[in-house]
Design a protein around this ligand. Sequence first.
Ligand SMILES: Cc1cc2nc3c(=O)[nH]c(=O)nc-3n(C[C@H](O)[C@H](O)[C@H](O)COP(=O)(O)OP(=O)(O)OC[C@H]3O[C@@H](n4cnc5c(N)ncnc54)[C@H](O)[C@@H]3O)c2cc1C
Length: 625
Amino acid sequence: MQFYLNGYAPGDPDIAKEALPDAVDVLVIGSGPAGALLAAQLSDFPAIRTRLVERRSGALQVGQADGIACRTVEMFEAFGLGQKLMREAYWVNETAFWRPSKQDRTRIERTGRIQDTEDGLSEFPHLIVNQARLQQYLLDYMRMSPSRLEASYGLEFVTLRVEAEGEHPVVATLRDVAKGSSTTVRARYVVGCDGAHSRVREAIGAVPRGDFANHAWGVVDMLAVTDFPDIRLKAAIQSADEGNILLIPREGGYMVRLYVDLGDIDPNNREAFRDITQEKVLETARRVLHPYTLDVKSVVWFAVYQVGQRVTDRFDDVPVDQVASRLPRVFIAGDACHTHSAKAGQGMNVSMQDAFNLGWKLASVLDGRAGPELLRSYSAERHAIAQGLIDFDKEWSKIMASPPKDPGHPELGGVDPQELQAYFVKSGRYTAGVATHYAPTTALTAAATHQDLARGFTIGMRFHSAPVVRLADAKPVHLGHAARADGAWRLYAFADAGGKRLRDLAAWLAESPDSPVRRFTPPGADIDSVIDVRAVFQQGHLDIKVEELPPLLLPRKGCFGLIDYEKAFCPDLQRGPDIFALRGIDREQGALVIVRPDQYVSNVLPLDAHEALAAFFGRLLLERR
Ligand SMILES: Cc1cc2nc3c(=O)[nH]c(=O)nc-3n(C[C@H](O)[C@H](O)[C@H](O)COP(=O)(O)OP(=O)(O)OC[C@H]3O[C@@H](n4cnc5c(N)ncnc54)[C@H](O)[C@@H]3O)c2cc1C
């Protein structure tokens, strides 16, 4: 077997290396969580030429982030990866709190143990799995996608320029890390997912603003023997004088991660960093854990993770004063946009949510479904979310880093254990990733005029799934899992009392020339490829006949015109309150819930608001006749 004739190329030599084409549609820089997710989403569109370049010589193997919020698992389910993640991951079901003992403040004692995620917040748990594994899932997804997309390793982004005209106006310069040679690639769009020190950010003149305070943690993934009883529970441990630890049990049943708080460190003092050795961090950990012992058998990964709380002023290449006159061509996502502490486990999650927000928009524009104005909403929406994240992180970090209140000396201040626990519960929705709420500032998020028809599907928030029974095969499923990461909009039509409005809507959507389903689906494409209509009836599945469903709910698809039987659902009457009760849907009038391709609720309308529905999509999609 001969290879490397034209220079060393990292990775599996059995995989044919395709040279980077001269021009691509989307060039993604960086294969971290944001870049891998974005490339995975775009890889579902084989007509869109996507390339993912990464300066490392291969995929990440170990370390970095590990917390996977419920919302991220919901998103992974849209890629068909939710179950796989749940099988491999540690489930954070409960969190324990440890504080100095009142009797002897040199010892820690357990002061509380609470449920980690509030009941009903998501159908998925809070998980822990190595960032490297999570990225690998996405890289595998890309490889198996219709595009058969592979990351191009060993290529470093150097700089870019955006030309005023041309189909591929962004010219990116890349450097082959092994050979040192440079090459240029033209792209319609470039997305910098290149981390906290982003060069793409620098190239577009965007500026990270905020606090350079540089709080540091020693992070150790280890296999150890200990008599600390909560070693298999997430635990926030505060000692009286030795600092604090966040303990995160890891996937596989044995490994554990300790975040040891090292306080603020001068980023310019390299000496201070060299002093923070693995052994010193472990010594601190042992002192915090006193009287429990920690016998470390193997250190799997050690890092000093140091980060400021910063948000970049804009997430695309359009200066604020030119937003109305210029369209974006270059974007940044993930740590390139925002950095903050690791303690609330948000970095990787928010980074992937950035990418999920951008991915369907780029796909829609490049596929001709929507005009390029849609891309303006990315920076507008995600910048507000990032700012909220930093505000939350500041409060969270402050409270986590405060010394515990000494009941003998309340005048010294500090945080009461009960106060900490209460804050943890209060912020649970945020850390689960389900608190994101887009304001009605873009055409994507409507005003809450008809919110009363479906109070549990808050406009601007993610579609909160609930159990239903699929009518045709009587299978209990989650309604939200109908959503795939395929760039399609979803209309969930909840039936009115008699079902007439629902049937009229289905007939109008199928037949009217004003129907968005008819107007915006390209000729020859499956009828659900741009707008996918799903109906939920009020009766149990034994009381509705499949053969009486309107034709729109039994669409003919594919080259054989086969019937898709998975569009109609009924409440799950076996398990507690049904979906109408759980999500506050008006049983008399029903409701139409419009959901974006990234699973956020865009609008709630009455079932008979046909004109409003047509107008809503008329503002967003392009006619395809
Ligand atoms: C060393 C380290 C330790 C961390 N530890 C923790 C932790 O313990 N807990 C936690 O919650 N979070 C941690 N984080 C943060 C967490 O990993 C990030 O929030 C998350 O990975 C953000 O994802 P991202 O895709 O935006 O960026 P990253 O994961 O940073 O990915 C950026 C990718 O771009 C590549 N890249 C960078 N520049 C270029 C270039 N010029 N050309 C081509 N490729 C480029 C990088 O090699 C990298 O693969 C850590 C981050 C780092 C770097």
